[in-house]
Design a protein around this ligand. Structure first.
Ligand code: NAG
Ligand code: NAG
Ligand code: NAG
Ligand code: NAG
Length: 398
């Protein structure tokens, strides 16, 4: 009892630098919204500082975004093969790329789990990929998450399966999912950006391996009305009922931004989708049972609407092909059918005064859409979305 009160006292005064343990009911997570620089050395220097900052806030794990560490032809040399005998790059600086050595040292010095994403180069004449068709250059490039533990050891790597454009890279194997365990009693699944849209890995990793905590590195291109970055991160966490640590690359001019820590049905513990160039460390205490949040949390951090205007947003190209109906103030019920999808709506829309307000449409759609011209995918939706005037063409815009 006395010990318990002491802990409460120390915690209240922000005194403890306690690592979470196997028996604790929660842990501390950090994610980084990171504005990428063209200079890889500068990114590395910034990452090391952010790892220190996360540790100072007692984070057990810190997650970085997709493709914001090694940029412009800086690829990380093979980590396969070496790992079994020399898992700690900090202790073998002559064997590993300087990037991995520095990140490993930072994880070790600060006693924190670190997840980074790099471009990985693999000699395809040997090792675990030998035998597959090997291109002329004798190397494969992968989009790879690397996970390091508190001792700086590489404990897992995952290669992105669902590439988005990325024509120089090779997709990872469908049977090679990213999973790692921690000393604070949480088993994580991890995947990368566009992967979130697919059965493998995004659904399978939760359902087949009983994973309750997901690590997500991304460089998302936000799209209205269904796929803005924080929206889809929170939606995934909610629908899968998992904790979700999402770290997004920040490049607002091309539409990339958005990071957060979410807990199942409780939504965002903290999130940000800035309209201005930003590097920001987000930290939250995460309950091991998703959704079981007992303390007040920061929740979503919003920009001013004017700042938000700077974030470039795409619009879903299939929206104009939806079967829709404009909602009117008051009660309404109706069915919309589009190909093999029928949606039943029962809506009460409150009256809003003023001309500068959104209109709302109900929509049904079943069909194929394109993603930035790179690829296509089937979707089925029943939805209500905002429009700036009475026309369907004005929907999915701010
Ligand atoms: C890249 O960043 C490093 C570390 O901050 C700095 O020393 C170097 O001068 C930078 N290089 C260029 C070309 O700006
Ligand atoms: C997942 O949980 C179910 C039900 O508790 C159990 O039967 C199954 O063995 C678990 N699977 C794994 C891979 O842990
Ligand atoms: C939240 O409160 C419930 C009920 O008191 C408790 O069982 C649970 O351990 C608490 N969760 C956390 C993360 O502290
Ligand atoms: C409605 O909005 C669309 C898209 O912004 C615009 O092109 C169109 O002119 C507007 N129509 C009316 C009637 O205001």
């Amino acid at each position: 009892m006395a010990r318990h009160s002491l802990c409460i006292l120390l915690c209240l005064f922000g005194f403890s630098s306690q690592k979470s343990t196997f028996d604790d009911t929660s842990y501390v997570a950090a994610v980084v919204e990171y504005e990428v620089r063209a200079n890889s050395s500068l990114n590395l220097q910034n990452y090391v500082q952010l790892i220190r900052d996360a540790a100072k806030e007692n984070a057990d794990i810190v997650v970085f975004p997709e493709m914001t560490l090694t940029v412009r032809d800086h690829v990380v040399v093979p980590i396969n093969g070496l790992l079994k005998d020399y898992p700690v790059p900090a202790l073998q600086p002559n064997l590993y790329d300087e990037v991995l050595v520095s990140i490993s040292s930072a994880a070790k010095e600060n006693q924190i789990y670190v997840v980074v994403n790099v471009e990985e180069i693999v000699d395809c004449t040997s090792g675990d990929v030998a035998g597959e068709s090997c291109p002329e250059q004798k190397v494969y490039l992968y989009n790879t998450n690397v996970v390091l533990d508190r001792g700086g050891a590489v404990i897992d790597r995952y290669r992105k399966i669902n590439l988005f454009g990325e024509s120089t890279r090779k997709p990872g194997s469908l049977s090679d999912l990213g999973i790692f365990e921690t000393d604070f009693g949480v088993k994580f699944g991890h995947f990368i950006c566009f992967d979130l849209m697919f059965q493998v890995p995004a659904i399978q990793i939760v359902q087949k391996y009983n994973i309750t905590d997901i690590v997500f590195s991304t460089m998302w291109f936000s799209e209205l009305p269904y796929l803005t970055a924080v929206q889809i991160q929170e939606a995934y966490a909610f629908s899968m009922n998992v904790n979700f640590l999402g770290a997004g690359a920040n490049n607002v001019r091309v539409g990339s931004a958005g990071s957060g820590i979410y807990s199942g049905k409780a939504g965002a513990l903290v999130s940000i989708i800035p309209g201005v160039s930003t590097t920001k460390l987000l930290v939250a205490r995460v309950p091991k049972v998703p959704g079981q949040v007992n303390e007040t949390v920061p929740g979503p951090i919003y920009n001013s609407p004017t700042e938000q205007d700077n974030l470039y947003l795409l619009t879903d190209p299939s929206l104009v092909s939806h079967t829709t109906r404009l909602l009117t103030p008051g009660n309404q019920q109706f069915i919309l059918t589009d190909n093999d999808v029928s949606c039943y709506f029962r809506v009460r829309l409150s009256e809003r005064s003023g001309s500068n307000t959104y209109r709302y449409r109900a929509g049904a759609f079943s069909g194929v859409r394109t993603y930035s011209g790179f690829t296509t995918g089937g979707i089925r939706v029943c939805s209500v979305f905002a429009c700036t005037n009475d026309t369907l063409q004005s929907c999915g815009q701010r």
